[in-house]
Design a protein around this ligand. Structure first.
Ligand SMILES: *[C@@H]1O[C@H](CO)[C@@H](O)[C@H](O)[C@H]1NC(C)=O
Length: 588
């Protein structure tokens, strides 16, 4: 998942300033949305997208790979019949998740219908993604999976009414629109086979393709659709976030697979070729930097690397694309192998925590001579646990399951360690020098307090224990830079994947603790609200419920307590907004 519209404002300025903002500004805002100024809310301009001229027609389309899908290894644990007691507990928990979803859905329907988001405290609404009913589209597949078929059918006629010819924002975020709107429509279509959903997916797909109409066919990721619609020529930008470039593949590929029209696949296959070509020519060969130059198609300037925010799903999609293409495109395997071995060497750290738990977490790497890791912990980066676990199965790399387990455990630990039982948005831990568990990483209170004092730029004569109390830091946390919880899914996403892959009940137990803590702290009259500070015993709420609450967070909780055959990881692969796409059927 990614990132952060707010950074779009800074896109035009230098990497140095971006980096300074990245390290110095706080509170961080990693939220995937930040309200954008509407172009003109009352009478937005309307375009006939079918008549917009294409300035740079694609000369040779790259076709979808053909041939018989390869037999991929089995991904899910070989679940056996559960005992009656376990089943009873599981089903009770599943029903609790359903109830919470239904409250949010009904109030969205009653109070914010056809708008992007419900405001869960006031009962109002807001349009954060252009007013194309983001929560409605995003939640459709969850409705279907949870068995709310009547609600689902009755939403279909309203989906038909969503009018993509109106553009209410100055700029369309191509990535956000792709993962939420296109991904949501495609997934709901594959589950239900309602034709209107594929028709709407094609509509939005045609609009998004116009963002690729540049001389080098690289997309405008923050796209001024008004200028394009008015006939202006466009070129790709010199500063683009990696996640926004690298996370369009699954949705565009699925649209081509479902329509038989390869123009969407071709558009993203060009990006993949570029990523493949540049992978060894960056400041940290094997990984791509946070910002890339799409105008020159050069990846060699930025010195910042991470599996976390602003890069995240570009990495997440490598293994998932390999599976979605039935193993017929080896580029994704090669890129996964190189990227993950570099990440394991340089972009993960082992935090020092009480009880000497053996944990790992992705950090932020800057390359000045050698790569240096900053032991940051982002809630958003918790997705990486599931990525490594899934990769271990898809590519038969047992060590990656271990890495995925340790990252997911770090997130479970961070939930437990916080007073509200919920992990904060961005914090820092203390990194032991080696991630290899054969080196010691013993909890040492002196070292921890020193690290706290130095992060807080305190002088040596300040008693660090006073400091820790006044900073409200649970043992192990060296700094909490952003204390919010915005109803994010990444921790439960990885817990769900670990549960389905290992069958170990500890993951269901962790999920239930997370769910009860979140529901208790975020519940409002109309839904669930973002929290301002999870390190308070009773965190204050803010009037926001992002569309990923119903699309992702509640879907992953639900599926953790649903029978493992429902949306099995052997048949489906989730996009970064938790929309499941069907894997190609293999023979045999
Ligand atoms: C903790 O670390 C400090 C500083 O490196 C060291 O002097 C001390 O012996 C350590 N304490 C324990 C219990 O290992």
């Amino acid at each position: 998942m990614a990132l952060l519209r707010r950074y779009g404002v800074y896109m035009g300025i230098s990497v140095l300033i971006l980096y300074l903002l990245y390290t110095l500004s706080f509170p961080y805002d990693y939220s995937k949305d930040g309200p954008q100024r509407p172009a003109s809310p009352d009478s937005p301009p309307r375009y006939d997208w079918g008549r917009v001229a294409v300035d740079h027609p694609v000369q040779s389309l790259i076709p979808l790979p053909t041939g018989e899908p390869l037999p991929l290894p089995k991904i899910q644990f070989d679940f056996q019949e559960e005992d009656a007691n376990a089943k009873k507990i599981r089903e009770t928990r599943r029903e609790e998740v359903k109830k919470v979803f239904l409250r949010s859905w009904k109030n969205y329907r009653a109070k914010a219908w056809m708008h992007d988001e419900l405001k869960p405290i006031s009962g109002g609404w807001q349009d954060t993604f252009g007013g194309w009913a983001a929560s409605l589209i995003d939640a459709l597949d969850t409705l279907f999976i949870m068995g709310f078929h009547e609600e689902f059918r009755s939403a279909m006629k309203d989906v038909e009414q969503i009018d993509f010819s109106y553009v209410r924002m100055n700029e369309i975020n191509v990535f956000e629109t792709t993962i939420r709107h296109l991904g949501g429509l495609l997934s709901a279509y594959e589950l239900s086979k309602e034709e209107v959903l594929l028709r709407k997916a094609k509509e939005i797909g045609h609009i998004l393709l116009l963002a690729f109409d540049t001389p080098n066919h690289m997309p405008k990721t923050r796209w001024d659709a008004h200028r394009k619609a008015n006939g202006e020529r466009q070129t790709a930008d010199p500063k683009v976030l990696l996640a926004e470039l690298g996370s369009l593949t699954m949705e565009f590929t699925k649209l081509s697979q479902l329509t038989g029209d390869s123009q969407w696949y071709s558009a993203v296959a060009h990006i993949t070729k570029l990523l493949e070509r540049e992978q060894d020519h960056t400041k940290l060969p094997g990984m791509w930097p946070i910002t890339v130059d799409l105008h020159k198609q050069s990846f060699s300037e930025d010195r910042s690397f991470t599996l976390g925010s602003m890069a995240d799903s570009a990495y997440e999609y490598l293994g998932k694309m390999y599976a979605l293409l039935g193993g017929l495109e080896p580029a994704y395997k090669n890129m996964y192998d190189k990227a993950m071995s570099t990440a394991i060497k340089h972009a993960l750290y082992r935090p020092m925590v009480p009880d000497d738990l053996d944990l790992l977490m992705p950090g932020h790497v800057s390359v000045e001579g050698h790569p240096m890791i900053d032991p940051e912990m982002q809630h958003l980066a918790c997705y990486a646990g599931g990525m490594f676990a899934l990769g271990s199965k898809i590519f038969s790399i047992p060590e990656h399951l271990d890495v995925g387990r340790k990252i997911t455990n770090a997130c479970v630990w961070a939930y437990k360690a916080s007073p509200a039982g919920i992990m904060p948005e961005v914090s820092h831990l203390y990194a032991c020098p080696f991630i290899d568990p054969s080196y010691p990483c013993h909890w040492n209170e002196t070292l921890w307090s020193k690290a706290v004092a130095s992060r807080a730029s305190s002088t040596d004569d300040v008693d660090p224990t006073t400091n820790i109390a006044s900073l409200r830091l649970p043992p192990g946390f060296v700094e909490i830079r952003d204390r919010r919880y915005i109803l994010r899914p990444e921790a439960i996403e990885s817990v769900f994947i670990l549960w389905r892959i290992t069958g170990q009940q500890q993951w269901q137990a962790a999920a239930w603790d997370m769910f009860t803590a979140i529901e208790k702290a975020t519940r409002t009259e109309f839904g669930n609200a973002a929290l301002a500070d999870v390190s308070a015993d009773t965190p204050a709420k803010t009037d926001s419920q992002e569309s990923f609450w119903m699309a992702e967070t509640l879907k992953y909780f639900y599926l953790t307590f649903e029978e493992p055959g429902v949306v099995s990881l052997d048949e489906w692969v989730f996009n970064t907004e938790a929309h499941p796409f069907r894997l190609p059927k293999r023979k045999g």
